[in-house]
Ligand binder design. Structure first.
Ligand SMILES: Cc1ncc(COP(=O)(O)O)c(C=O)c1O
Length: 401
């Protein structure tokens, strides 16, 4: 007789055979993701981290940590229920007020709603908006949470080639749907390139489609005060999602949309309705973080300068072939290709004191496994140079040229 789990065990064996088994990188645990330092067997070790999304170092910002401490005492460790029940605390309200002001939402007829994470937001919003009479148009390299939101929606999903506005237009032209939703990351999380937002926005107007953008990796980096890439380009998307987990250095997300759409989401987005609200203190910390980084242009600028410097160094070591073109953001994909080699480079870098996680399918298309290198404002040029020098040595040792 077959064991209860044999079917799943077979799948696990397949994952192992394809070299796609994922592991939590224990025994080392991160201690300071804004720059470096991990604990290995309980001992502190300086390992420069080049794969964190804490781009501005806000997870360790003293003022944010003080705010957090104060608010844990003022409020509670948890919120006790969904916001629609009794989990609606003052910091939730104050955070949304702050965002209304920060983005000038009142005069645009828009409003804001907090979600528990970027993941919850994309999954909840997309599936709420698009039923069987709607159609979605989604860039092929959009984040997994968008893909899952599309899968959960009842609408037809059209995937357009990455950043290809001609392909998007062909698909829009053919659509007879009552509701059309075009979705794109603004900064692509695994690729470091950016969406052609002006062109996409133009097509949305032309074909009566709603434009939904995910600003997860642009918030805090691009646009005046870190308001995102749409803001920088002067594009006004209908719906924009922002996470608090990347440059903000906290946790959670919020969406900006027309007032009545926010009303609709409160009644229909299942991840908003059926999940306990974020603990209040995290929103006070997130608000403080945004207040700080929005006033600090040079901090935000430093991240992009570091990213440009990193890519110059990579090119300076003649590692061009690993670097795709079109990268403009703080994320640098270093494409190794093969899964085994990618993980080998990652672990050899760790032995030399640099931590960059390898990224394999299904996070990225097969044959494009990579190191997803990110820099933060805290990295120094000397550290970046040292990192690239070690990377080059490993590439040579493994004969990957
Ligand atoms: C583009 C994009 N959207 C959404 C998310 C999910 O955000 P969160 O980590 O807040 O769940 C991520 C996170 O990796 C992302 O890269």
């Amino acid at each position: 007789m077959l064991g209860k789990f044999d079917y799943i065990f077979q799948k696990l064996d397949d994952i192992k055979e394809q070299n796609l088994l994922r592991k939590i990188p224990f025994p080392f645990v991160s201690y300071d993701v804004s720059h470096g330092t991990v604990l290995v067997d309980g001992k502190e070790k300086d390992v420069f981290i080049f794969c964190s999304n804490d781009y501005l170092g806000m997870t360790k910002n003293e003022e944010v940590l003080e705010e957090l401490e104060k608010e844990v005492k003022n409020f509670s460790s948890g919120s006790g229920a969904s916001r629609l029940v009794c989990g609606n605390f003052l910091p939730h309200i104050e955070f949304e007020d702050f965002i209304r002001e920060f983005f000038g939402l009142e005069k645009k007829g828009k409003d804001v709603l907090i979600f528990n994470s970027g993941w919850c937001a994309n999954v909840g919003i997309i599936s709420a908006l698009c039923d069987h009479e709607g159609e979605i148009f989604s860039d092929e390299l959009n984040h997994a949470s968008i893909i899952d939101g599309c899968r959960l929606s009842k609408g037809k999903v059209n995937v357009f080639r990455h950043r290809d506005v001609n392909h998007l237009e062909d698909l829009l032209k053919k659509s007879q749907a009552k509701f059309k939703l075009v979705i794109t990351d603004t900064v692509f999380s695994m690729d470091g390139d950016v969406a052609p937002l002006k062109e996409i926005s133009f097509l949305c107007e032309k074909y009566g489609a709603v434009l939904y953008v995910d600003e997860a990796h642009a918030f805090g980096i691009f646009g005046d005060g870190g308001r995102g890439l749409s803001y920088e380009l002067g594009v006004e998307p209908d719906i924009a999602l922002f996470t608090l987990s990347k440059a903000v250095g906290a946790f959670g997300a919020f969406v900006i949309a027309p007032k009545d759409i926010i009303k609709f989401l409160i009644s229909r987005a299942r991840s908003f309705i059926f999940s306990t609200a974020l603990p209040p203190f995290i929103l006070s910390a997130a608000k403080r973080s945004i207040q700080i980084f929005s006033q600090n242009h040079s901090l935000r600028q430093k991240v992009l300068e570091n990213a440009f410097f990193l890519r110059d160094e990579i090119r300076g070591h003649n590692l061009y072939q690993f670097l795709p073109s079109n990268i403009t953001a703080q994320i640098t994909p270093f494409i190794v290709g093969n899964e085994v080699n990618t993980m080998r480079v990652s672990s050899l870098l760790f032995e030399r004191g640099f931590f960059v996680q390898g990224i394999r399918p299904p996070s990225v298309p097969r044959g494009t496994s990579r190191l997803r290198i990110t820099v933060t404002a805290k990295h120094t040029r000397a550290e970046i140079s040292e990192f690239v020098k070690n990377l080059k040595d490993i590439i040579l040792d493994l004969n990957l040229f």
